[in-house]
Design a protein around this ligand. Structure first.
Ligand SMILES: NC(=O)C1=CN([C@@H]2O[C@H](COP(=O)(O)OP(=O)(O)OC[C@H]3O[C@@H](n4cnc5c(N)ncnc54)[C@H](O)[C@@H]3O)[C@@H](O)[C@H]2O)C=CC1
Ligand SMILES: O=C([O-])CC(=O)C(=O)O
Length: 319
């Protein structure tokens, strides 16, 4: 029995993601919540439409694609102003109603929204780093597809596994191409390697540009979110030793206290993350990428942490 809940269910990501979760035979109950149009989506999916509190009751897994997407010319950080408050509000609902649920944060900027959820959970005394995830799976999906493209066989894209670690924006996205299950051609030039890294790091921009003002990736994100959620659901269901071998996911870092949030390869179990795998053997070029990611990621994390601290301070001074 697994209850999955989607917060932001009527959105560009939320609708197809809800459909994919409904199609997952392991999901026995689906809760949908949005501030608009939820009854329509719920009726369409012939499922429940409930207020957040009710939707969240008994949730095992909560996926959050709520918030505004980018338009051309914007960075993910530009979304912080609006999305930080939305995510803080939803995190409060989860902390008070479904504190044991696995939480998968899709809302951007993920590098800052994950710390926001964590800080709210800490405030309510329900923070468990083993159960909180920033969804970076789309970077893994992109890396696999682009590598398959370079290998000249797109049918490989589902079987190519490339770990992508770090965060989810620009230079914080670190594809470990040397660890690809299907090695890159040894003839690949330095220029082509660098272009591939850039394409993985800035793949989101391609979609934002192509949609030309109508938002960012929704369908590929719903696919990636459902794939990652499916792994969590199998773990919740008691399946042991599920490796998220292709990357994605949240907390705990080998990189020290300053960087408490860093996507890594992990092993999942009923209680959440059972093991965080180290980066392993990486090339000099990849070490340079990791080094470049750290200051930006650190700044993004601080932005999220400070937002929650200031919000609580303001709330207390009003009391
Ligand atoms: N992690 C990742 O890899 C990716 C993240 N994203 C992010 O996902 C978010 C959603 O993107 P889209 O679905 O395209 O946007 P959208 O605008 O189509 O949908 C967002 C939905 O959230 C709802 N919403 C807003 N405030 C809410 C609240 N307080 N409670 C519940 N629902 C609320 C809206 O009513 C809307 O239905 C954006 O922040 C986007 O940047 C997008 C693609 C990839
Ligand atoms: O680029 C965006 O704003 C949406 C996103 O996170 C992605 O597609 O990776």
């Amino acid at each position: 029995m697994v209850k999955a809940v989607v917060l932001g269910a009527a959105g560009g990501i939320g609708q197809p993601l809800s459909l994919l979760l409904k199609a997952n035979p392991l999901v026995t109950e689906l809760g949908l919540y949005d501030i608009v149009n939820t009854p329509g989506v719920a009726a369409d999916l012939s499922h429940i439409s409930t207020p957040a509190k009710k939707a969240l009751t008994n949730a095992d897994i909560v996926v959050i694609p709520a918030g505004v997407p980018r338009k051309p010319g914007m960075t993910r950080d530009d979304l912080f102003k609006i999305n930080a408050g939305i995510v803080k509000g939803l995190a409060t609902g989860i902390a008070t109603t479904a504190p044991k649920a696995f939480v998968l944060v899709i809302s951007n900027p993920v590098n800052s929204t994950v710390p926001i959820v964590a800080e709210v959970f800490k405030k309510f005394g329900v923070f468990d780093p083993k159960r909180l995830f920033g969804v970076t799976t789309l970077d893994v999906v992109r890396a696999s597809t682009f590598v398959a493209e370079i290998l000249g066989d797109l049918s490989l894209s589902k079987s190519v596994a490339v770990p992508v670690v770090g965060g989810h924006s620009g230079v914080t996205i670190v594809p470990l191409l040397s660890q690809s299950s299907h090695p890159l051609p040894s003839s690949l030039s330095q220029d082509k390697y660098e272009a591939l890294v850039k394409r993985v790091q800035f793949g989101g921009d391609e979609v934002v540009k192509a949609k030309d003002g109508a938002g960012s990736a929704t369908l590929s994100m719903a696919y990636a979110g459902a794939e990652f959620a499916a792994k969590i659901i199998r773990a919740v269901n008691g399946e042991k030793g599920i490796a998220d071998a292709t990357g994605s996911s949240a907390l705990a870092s080998e990189l020290g206290e300053k960087l408490p949030y860093f996507s890594s390869n992990v092993e999942l179990g009923r209680e959440g993350v059972v093991k965080v795998h180290p980066l392993g053997k990486i090339t000099e070029a990849e070490q340079t990428l990791v080094k470049a990611a750290i200051p930006e990621l650190t700044k993004n994390i601080e932005t999220g942490v400070n937002f929650v601290a200031e919000a609580y301070k303001a709330e207390e001074s009003r009391l």
